[in-house]
Design a protein around this ligand. Structure first.
Ligand SMILES: Cc1ncc(COP(=O)(O)O)c(C=O)c1O
Length: 423
């Protein structure tokens, strides 16, 4: 391989899978997320705990309170409560909505299992609203069609950092008087019409597990809302039903323990300050890559709605297989031979998971589906054809803020030579 004046190496036009040199190295995609500032914050938190004769519990600490304030202000809302994960955040929001067992919650067909399990553990029945074709996100029209007299909430998930059409969704929710939960696990800092994802819904759940845009060190979650009364219930559920009132602190309702610790919050606060830079790097990288593949017939970046600014949790690439003699899976194999971290699909359609297919949430009881009024059945067979097609038509490339534009240029070049060879 020899560098060219453009910085892009000139190389054999043969893809690696056909005997050429791989254009990328696996090490180029490594993520350097934790640095000196996080190390210092963690050590400071340990020193603080030692000098104050404490462990890292949030009570009497400083970091969790501060992280909650910083987070709410970052999203542009008034209040937040830190939790142990994104899953816990969604569960705590649902619990605070007082859903009656057997009611329906509108859910995305493409999401992480942690983005759906809380619905089932809240004894609510998921009704899946289809995506737009070419998107992994639910469409407003499909949400509208999924509403029934038993719908009690809409759970909206911004997959891959790509914003859902939130204004349209909020309008539908308002008409039908339904609360909207935003799952922002994959979309920290994503914008729709200039407004941040997580600031549209009645309450929003973030995940700060280690793979997300910013992390509280490995696991972590946050709920943000503009409704202090709702937050009080969410916070209490995440703290074994403990309410903090003017009359003292009392465990008044049933709840779980989903609290964040001081150590996690100390790291999360540093990361939150770094988030704008992380987002800029991801966006610059993605836009650069988009320019580099502009001439391709086989590949294009996934469609996002007008006015949406993605935070690119991964690169969602449409493969126009009509321009290739090979399948999407073969194309991804060729990309893997170039050391590009890619995958032929993202997760599976959630209603095809065996635990949903077999109705196996609470052993063999069939709960929550069996809680529906008699005569109401939930058949999820090909419930969301657009979502199934969208998964079939797209591949993923892992993107992170440490990946340089130069590397992304070589990713594009590798894809170009795969396209030529597999025409
Ligand atoms: C869309 C979505 N929702 C929820 C979750 C669950 O978050 P956590 O892993 O922090 O529980 C994830 C996690 O990856 C996710 O991607």
């Amino acid at each position: 391989m020899h560098p060219s004046p453009t910085g892009i190496p000139t190389t054999s036009s043969k893809p690696a899978i056909l005997g050429g040199d791989p254009l990328c190295q696996a090490s180029e995609f490594q993520r350097d997320l934790i640095g000196d500032q996080e190390e210092k914050a963690a050590l400071d938190a340990i020193r603080w705990a030692r000098t104050h004769h404490k462990a890292f519990d949030r009570y009497g600490g400083i970091e969790v309170d501060a992280y909650e304030k910083d987070f709410a202000s970052y999203v542009g809302l008034s209040v937040a409560t830190a939790t142990s994960s994104g899953t816990a955040s969604i569960h705590a929001i649902l619990a605070a909505l007082d859903l009656e067992p057997g009611c329906e919650v509108i859910c995305p067909p493409i999401t992480d299992p942690g983005g759906i399990s809380p619905v089932l553990f809240s004894l609510a029945i998921p009704v899946f609203a289809d995506t737009r074709s070419d998107s992994f996100n639910m469409s407003p029209t499909a949400i509208l069609q999924a509403i029934t007299p038993r719908t009690r909430a809409i759970l909206v998930t911004h997959i891959a950092g790509e914003p859902c059409e939130m204004e349209e969704i909020m309008e539908i929710a308002k008409t039908h008087n339904l609360p909207v939960i935003e799952d922002v696990a994959q979309a920290h800092g994503a914008l729709y019409h200039g407004k941040m994802c997580g600031s549209f819904g009645h309450a929003s759940a973030f995940s700060m597990m280690g793979g997300k845009h910013h992390t509280s060190g490995g696991q972590g979650g946050m709920v943000v809302t503009d409704n202090p009364a709702l937050l009080e219930k969410i916070k209490a559920f995440a703290d074994r039903g403990k309410f903090w009132t003017s009359r003292g602190v009392r465990n008044q309702t049933a709840g779980l323990n989903y609290r964040m610790t001081e150590l996690e919050a100390a790291i999360g606060r540093v990361q939150l300050r770094r988030l704008p830079d992380i987002l800029k790097r991801r966006r610059d990288g993605a836009l650069h890559f988009q320019k580099m593949i502009q001439g391709s017939q086989l590949f294009s970046l996934g469609w996002i709605p007008e006015g949406a600014i993605s935070s690119y949790w991964f690169l969602r690439i449409k493969v126009h297989t009509q321009f290739s003699s090979r399948s999407k899976e073969e194309i991804v194999k060729a990309m893997a031979a170039e050391n590009i971290p890619s995958a032929p699909t993202y997760t599976s359609i959630i209603y095809n998971q065996p635990w949903i297919q077999d109705r196996a949430i609470f052993a063999k009881s069939g709960i929550p589906w069996s809680l529906a009024p008699q005569g109401i059945e939930y058949d999820y067979t090909h419930a969301c054809p657009n979502a199934e097609q969208a998964l079939a038509d797209h591949i993923l490339i892992s993107l992170n803020e440490s990946v340089s534009k130069e590397t992304l240029s070589r990713v594009a070049l590798a894809m170009q030579r795969i396209e030529s060879a597999y025409r």
